[in-house]
Write a protein that binds this ligand. Structure first.
Ligand code: ATP
Ligand code: MG
Length: 414
């Protein structure tokens, strides 16, 4: 992408009312626009990063047999009344609205009810199970406070997968599988070392649910980590009984603050009972479908990545989710332009993602913007270096700079 085609501008300051570091950086670098507290628009660079996060999750969901759908944000109240969750005391984050005719609607904060209802059209027999529909969808939640930038939005992206299984055993096998897949997702996102599978309260149908908690000083949750076993316990269930159950000693646990990036939950027949989602088993008897739900927040992931992978100069994206691999800076006149254009074309052919700073602005601004935007590598083409047929190569993370020939450079990047 050529920066002359990118309409967003970087800025030295963020809106005065924005207190979260992740949003401050993302706004200053032009990745997102703050519409109001907890509501952010994704601009071109931000959309690329969000899509990369989403694609990693999508590949992993497809690997366990997920089928992608896209459900509606507008919700009729009847299915939610059936489960008891239309009530504002039970679900305290509803945004509700009305049709012109006066009928009440809600903006979906999650999708168990409408999906359970919808699946009645598709699940009748044991032969129709198991199935794993999932989606990436903007959820609406009237969060009481929204001061964590992208990490707690009132409108935010969620990946939600739901499992529909014939037996508890079948459910348990899938639950374990997706738990492993979640750890793999956080590794691919560059958060493997910081993320712990965390035991949390299980609801009526399982002893535990599991959260995927990423350690961060800005986290809102408190967890107790067992480093050697790479697991943790959420403070809400942290007691001697749970420690004994998991074979852990209190003395080995370390308290940390963390952000819940995802969670997996055994729903049992809570929703299939409420909405009567049943199937005929092999022996002819009618049974309720056993369900689970599995969420991850791509918006929250993006916020945490910005929060964690940054320094005093700006963002420092991990390569898997960076908006590009290389930031190409051009300094000088016609000769530099010719060389930079040719290098840009060659990298495109090699399928290397490049942000080409072809603007007529001061070199200092190009360097500062490259650091704020946080692409992993910067390549500088200048009149001076062309004479010795060299290119300056700088790693964003370390600031290490070296001079490379064209061949060395292309080999390094492709
Ligand atoms: P929290 O306790 O942080 O409010 P939750 O338990 O309400 O989270 P879920 O309903 O399980 O979250 O949603 C699934 C995932 O969606 C979460 O793990 C998180 O990554 C993301 N998520 C939830 N609420 C928000 C929000 N307000 N803004 C951004 N992401 C969110
Ligand atoms: Mg919540």
């Amino acid at each position: 992408m050529r920066l002359t085609n990118l309409f967003t501008k970087t800025s030295k300051t963020a809106p005065a009312d924005e207190v979260a570091k992740n949003a401050q950086l993302l706004i200053r670098a032009g990745f997102v626009h703050k519409e109001m507290a907890g509501v952010y628009a994704y601009l071109p660079l931000g959309k690329i990063v969000l899509d990369k996060i989403i694609n990693i999750i999508r590949e992993e969901m497809n690997s366990v047999g997920g089928s992608e759908v896209s459900l509606t944000a507008l919700q009729q109240k009847d299915v939610w009344e059936a489960s008891g969750r239309w009530n504002d005391e039970v679900m305290d984050v509803w945004f509700k609205t009305k049709l012109a005719s006066g009928s009440e609607l809600g903006l979906a904060p999650t999708h168990e009810e409408p999906l359970t209802q919808l699946m009645k059209n598709h699940i009748q027999s044991y032969k129709d199970l198991p199935v794993y529909p999932y989606q990436f969808q903007i959820k609406f939640r009237n969060e009481l406070r929204s001061k964590s930038g992208l990490m707690r939005g009132r409108e935010f992206w969620m990946k939600d997968l739901y499992s529909f299984s014939r037996t508890q055993d079948e459910h348990d096998v899938f639950y374990e599988k997706i738990s492993d897949v979640y750890l793999h997702i956080f590794e691919r996102l560059g958060l493997g070392d910081l993320t712990y599978k965390t035991f949390a309260s299980g609801g009526s149908f399982a002893k535990y649910s599991h959260e995927f908690q990423t350690v961060s000083p800005v986290g809102e949750d408190k967890i107790y980590v067992h480093e050697a076993r790479r697991i943790a316990i959420n403070e809400e269930v942290y007691n001697d009984e749970v420690l004994a159950d998991l074979g852990l000693e209190r003395s080995e646990m370390v308290e940390k603050t963390a952000v819940e990036m995802g969670n997996i939950f055994t729903l049992g027949t809570k929703f299939s009972d409420a909405l009567d989602l049943a199937f005929t088993d092999e022996d002819g008897t009618s049974k309720k479908v056993i369900m689970g739900s599995y969420g991850i927040g791509p918006s929250r992931v993006m916020g945490l990545l910005a929060e964690h992978f940054s320094d005093d100069k700006g963002l420092v994206w991990p390569e898997n989710v960076a908006p590009a691999k290389v930031y190409l800076v051009r300094i000088g006149g016609d000769e530099a332009t010719e060389h930079a254009d040719a290098l840009y074309d060659e990298l495109m052919v090699q399928k290397v993602e490049v942000l080409y700073d072809d603007r007529d602005v001061r070199p200092g601004q190009k360097f500062a913007d490259s650091e704020l935007i946080g692409v992993p590598y910067r390549v500088t083409v200048s009149d001076r270096l062309i004479k010795s047929e060299q290119y300056e190569f700088t790693e964003r993370k370390t600031g290490e700079t070296s001079l490379l020939t064209r061949e060395q450079l292309v080999a390094k990047l492709s």
